[in-house]
Design a protein around this ligand. Structure first.
Ligand code: DQA
Length: 148
């Protein structure tokens, strides 16, 4: 099984970016932890981060055919990235939306996600652990759907 783990704009700056919201771990720290979790789950993960919506769309278009699911923190694109939403819809892959911070407890413009209604679910406010829970749940769900 292969899961794409995609991070959007500004998440390359984790570790130094607003640690009160996003924690002190860098994206590399988090990806290392995801990689370890993936090994435990006997799953392959492929990482992608970009500050550009079109590059994320390109990634989904290119990689989705070879993948089984997506864990995505789309950063600010969550709130307005319609071409990202369309690419996720077109991929037909199950995905889980992750946010390090609790977007529902922040500014009103962060409360709405343009991808949420397509997602299997959303995890917000659990810090970097949200990625690990998302991966675990998605892998379990895909395995179960294959047996059913
Ligand atoms: C974020 C929340 C978004 O509103 C913000 O633009 C981000 C990070 C989070 O992980 O909490 O870049 O997705």
């Amino acid at each position: 099984m292969k899961i794409l783990v995609i991070n959007g704009p500004n998440l390359n700056n984790l570790g130094k970016r607003e640690p009160g919201y996003y924690g002190v771990k860098t994206l590399t720290d988090i990806e290392d932890l995801i990689q370890k979790k993936a090994q435990d789950l006997d799953t392959l993960v492929e990482f992608f981060q970009s500050n550009h919506e079109g590059s994320i769309v390109d990634c989904i278009q290119t990689e989705a055919q070879d993948a089984d699911g997506i864990v995505i923190n789309a950063g600010a694109l969550t709130h307005y990235g319609i071409s990202l939403r369309d690419a996720l819809a077109d991929s037909r892959l199950p995905f889980i939306e992750v946010h390090l911070s609790n977007i529902h407890a922040r500014e009103t413009f962060r409360h709405h996600s343009v991808v949420a209604e397509l997602a299997v679910g959303q995890i917000a406010g659990l810090g970097y652990k949200g990625y690990l829970y998302a991966l675990e749940f998605l892998v379990e769900q895909i395995k179960e759907s294959r047996v059913a």
